[in-house]
Write a protein that binds this ligand. Structure first.
Ligand code: BV8
Ligand code: ZN
Length: 250
């Protein structure tokens, strides 16, 4: 069987007719940039304990350990570049009057690639805030230990940990985009972390056509209209080229 991948015709026909497209991305879209994913083969959570690293309790228990882990990840994320999947979404955005990306990623790669409407559901590793008063901090130097705020509180990464609420504005905009989308694309997420994982289902319940692009089947797969289990960096550039052709004829 040839391994050449063709974009399904039904998807192209749909792309030629819609104007409102919304996207949800997870760690899988940054994998080809060299950013480790959480689950699946070789994921971070297969080696590390998320309860010791991605919650406020963990941070209060051992601020140093959590701080160091985020400093290590920040270094990786600064050293990598957006990949062809991120760049393909920048091109896709230009073809639709309503287009947005809700991302669970904290690496900032969509914005660095040039995407204009990005909702960061789980925060951004480049931002820090005081765990007590919420003051935001841009830290120039690489602080080895979690610095202290002027109020005396501990400074923490401005990311959303387990058990924490998502940023209200980003969440509401992502929800509105999912509920009004005609076409919803879930890319590189294991669809396990809520409430972000609920967004494709919001789109489904509002009659959107839901496409999943993910290396492995997920809990969304049985409900998606179309699931493409291949690399995002392989599919998205081909999809964008095919959509450009399709929409140039209409
Ligand atoms: C919340 C921090 C309301 C940022 C992360 C009990 C109490 C409280 C809450 C809960 C509870 N029980 C359940 C919950 C909800 C909980 C949750 O969903 N837990 C799950 C695990 C069951 N959610 C929360 O706590 C959220 N907050 O609910 O608040 C609330 C508040 C109080 C009380 C009640 C309710 C907060 C969730 C945010 C957690 N933060 N990390 C960071 O450090 O990055 S989790 C982590 O998972 C990241 O944020 C990550 O973005 C997110 C999702 O992971 P994915 O992005 O999907 O990545 P993953 O590795 O899993 O999958 C990648 C996929 O890509 C794989 O399938 C792979 O096959 C594929 N892939 C790989 N390479 C490629 C590819 N695909 C395509 N191409 C490739 N090349
Ligand atoms: Zn403070």
């Amino acid at each position: 069987m040839s391994d050449v991948f063709e974009i399904p015709k039904e998807l192209l026909r749909l792309f030629s007719k819609v104007e409102r497209v919304a996207v949800l991305t997870g760690a899988g879209i940054s994998a080809e940039s060299g950013v480790p994913t959480f689950r699946g083969a070789d994921g971070l959570w297969s080696k590390l304990n998320q309860r010791e690293l991605a919650s406020m309790d963990a941070f209060l228990q051992n601020p140093q350990r959590v701080w160091e882990w985020y400093q290590q990840r920040k270094k990786i994320m600064r050293d990598v570049q957006p990949n062809t999947a991120h760049l393909a979404l920048v091109d896709l955005e230009k073809m639709f009057s309503h287009f947005s990306i809700a991302t669970q990623n904290i690496d900032g790669l969509h914005t660095r690639a040039g995407s204009r409407t990005v909702y960061e559901l789980h925060g951004n590793i480049e931002r820090n805030r005081c765990a007590s008063c919420g003051a935001l901090y841009e830290l120039e130097s690489e602080a080895i230990v979690p610095p202290r705020c002027h109020c005396g509180g501990l400074i923490r990464p401005d990311v959303v940990w387990f058990g924490e609420m998502l940023p209200e504005e980003a969440w509401q905009k992502a929800l509105d985009a999912a509920r009004s989308a005609q076409l919803y694309i879930s890319i590189g997420t294991s669809a396990q972390v809520y409430p972000a994982a609920g967004l494709p289902f919001e789109a489904l319940s509002n009659n959107a056509f839901v496409v999943e692009i993910n290396l492995e089947p997920t809990e969304l797969t049985p409900y998606a209209h179309l699931s493409l289990h291949r690399k995002a960096g392989e599919i998205l550039p081909k999809l964008v080229e095919a959509v450009k052709k399709e929409r140039s004829f209409c």
